[in-house]
Design a protein around this ligand. Structure first.
Ligand SMILES: NC(=O)C1=CN([C@@H]2O[C@H](COP(=O)(O)OP(=O)(O)OC[C@H]3O[C@@H](n4cnc5c(N)ncnc54)[C@H](OP(=O)(O)O)[C@@H]3O)[C@@H](O)[C@H]2O)[C@@H](O)CC1
Ligand SMILES: [K+]
Length: 500
């Protein structure tokens, strides 16, 4: 699913009016009705107080239309207009008049003194600003938002939490509604997916206002959200005449004394993701552990108790490298020598990334289309810092482009970038914030590449499956008790969900 900027949303709205032969007011009514239905389905006539706060643009117009539906269904509502500007949009005025005709005059707020009492049991509908926000919110409007944040009632933001920009960085200290939930039209805005905005957008869902599909298809954007539809198009049915040789040979290079488990997890993950064969190249001290833990994996050992020689004999399709290798001097030297000669595509994780970050000249030695899977701290070591999340995304794209690699930047919404397109993954939960979860991801992506998935597809698919396994795991476990090997216990369920 494409992530549209506010300008692209306006253009899609305009194309929809033209192609569907409807008015802007009708489109607003469509949007507002969906919001009302959502509220009505949850509240089922609940007599609690609902305070609808409206701006004077089209977001405010939505708010007035929602208020009208709520009144018509007997809800206990008070509707307010934040009179921050003389200007009013046409659709705002139309909806204002409709309320007036019903004898329900919204209350104007012209100063901080006119802000009403708010109770923590109230339901707040925030229709102050949507995608039309252009500057920092100030004056009594910011006072109202501060008050709502302080009292913390359930606040339902319409399209956007007021004060948040759709696709531009906010300034430090900007007053933004900390919305409990956001109903957003057509698709998520870029700002929803960025970690710095987490306090304002803890949960959101899309209301499909049926914008013109053909026009949406034609829009070009580099930002996307991974959908099940995309994943189903990536998934490859297995040919029934295939054999283990058809599904490639993964080599996992990992482990050090005390961290052989990382190599175990990554190797098992590559197998469970469907790699035909899996070998592990590990330090000598890990031999018995690995052999005993996973009989299906072939093991080659370095003659030392830390990885140094990288002189494995097998001929893998793809290498997953880094889990648990440590950053000792010997391993650093060995890895760098290995990088100079290696032409096999790789998935590079953990300490392999940290070693490369200290020896950046070897970034150019990575085989084209290798996958790097840093968490934000590891990525920072590779590219230096960033001013804000938007600059981080730019750095992600330019880094991917410069070194011709795919980067999976891990987080709540892991981002998969290839320098051209960038995908946010929606699956997963905090159960994945556990030791070894990254090793499993490395193994899954490597195993998918081994069996013939395109590398960018494998990175997207791997991240999706990894997150989905954790979600499915919550049917039996909790986010606390779930551990990295549980990801593999639920991987079959995740595959099954994609296949169905
Ligand atoms: N058919 C459609 O188009 C549909 C649209 N839809 C809805 O429309 C929303 C977009 O509406 P919108 O474009 O009117 O923008 P909106 O967010 O209401 O704000 C604009 C007003 O705010 C003002 N303003 C801005 N910043 C300010 C500040 N800091 N402090 C003070 N004022 C500030 C700005 O004034 P100006 O900058 O021009 O002076 C203007 O008056 C969208 O999010 C969705 O909810 C849906 O119904 C689906 C159909
Ligand atoms: K809003």
């Amino acid at each position: 699913m494409k992530i549209l900027s506010s300008d692209q949303m306006y253009a899609a709205d305009a194309a929809t009016l033209k192609n569907q032969g409807i008015t802007s007011l009708e489109l607003m009514e469509r949007a507002a009705t969906l919001c009302f239905n959502w509220i009505h389905e949850k509240l089922k006539g609940d007599p609690r107080r609902i305070l609808v706060f409206c701006g004077v643009g089209n977001n405010g117009g939505d708010g007035l239309a929602i208020a009208r539906h709520l009144i018509q269904h007997g809800y206990n509502i008070s509707c307010y207009v934040l009179n921050y500007s003389e200007k009013r949009s046409g659709e705002f005025l139309e909806n204002y008049n409709r309320l007036k005709e019903m004898g329900e005059w919204p209350t104007m707020i012209n100063s901080s003194e006119e802000i009403p009492e708010i109770d923590s049991d109230d339901l707040i509908v925030d229709a102050i600003f949507g995608i039309g926000l252009k500057r920092t919110v100030s004056g009594f409007t910011s006072e109202l938002i501060k008050k709502i944040n302080a009292i913390s009632p359930f606040s339902l933001a319409i399209d956007m939490p007021s004060g948040l920009y759709a696709n531009n960085p906010n300034c430090e200290g900007d007053i933004i509604l900390e919305a409990t939930h956001t109903l957003t039209f057509q698709g998520p805005k870029l700002s929803f997916l960025l970690p710095n905005n987490a306090p304002f957008i803890s949960s959101w869902e899309i209301l499909n206002i049926a914008l013109d599909e053909e026009y949406l298809q034609s829009i070009k954007t580099e930002y996307n959200v991974v959908t099940k539809f995309l994943i189903c198009s990536i998934y490859k049915e297995r040919d029934q005449f295939s054999h283990k040789g058809t599904f490639g040979h993964t080599l996992i290079i990992g482990g050090s004394y005390g961290k052989i488990g990382a190599a175990v997890l990554a190797s098992r993950a590559a197998l469970k993701a469907g790699s035909g064969l899996v070998s592990a190249y590990i330090p000598k001290c890990g031999y018995n552990i690995l052999q005993a833990s996973i009989p299906e994996v072939m093991v080659e050992v370095d003659s030392e108790n830390e990885l140094h020689h990288f002189n494995f004999k097998c001929n893998p399709t793809v290498i997953g490298i880094g889990p648990g290798i440590g950053t000792s001097e010997k391993t650093t030297k060995g890895l760098i020598n290995f990088l100079k000669d290696n032409a096999t595509p790789m998935v590079v994780d953990a300490d392999a990334l940290n070693i490369i970050a200290l020896n950046k000249e070897f970034l150019n030695s990575l085989p084209k289309n290798s996958v790097l899977t840093p968490h934000p701290r590891e990525f920072e070591r590779l590219v230096g810092g960033w001013k804000n999340d938007y600059e981080k995304l730019e750095k992600l794209q330019s880094f991917s482009k410069e070194y011709k690699v795919i980067v999976v930047l891990k987080g709540k919404y892991s981002v998969i970038a290839n320098g051209n397109q960038l995908y946010f993954n929606p699956t997963g939960n905090t159960a994945l914030a556990t030791g070894g979860s990254g090793d499993v991801l490395t193994g899954i992506i490597t195993g998918l590449i081994a069996q013939g998935y395109d590398t960018f597809d494998a990175a997207i698919f791997g991240v999706y499956l990894h997150g989905l396994s954790a979600e499915i795991g919550m049917e039996n476990l909790t986010e606390e008790t779930f551990i990295a090997s549980d990801i593999l216990s639920y991987l079959s369920n995740a595959f099954r969900e994609v296949k169905n």
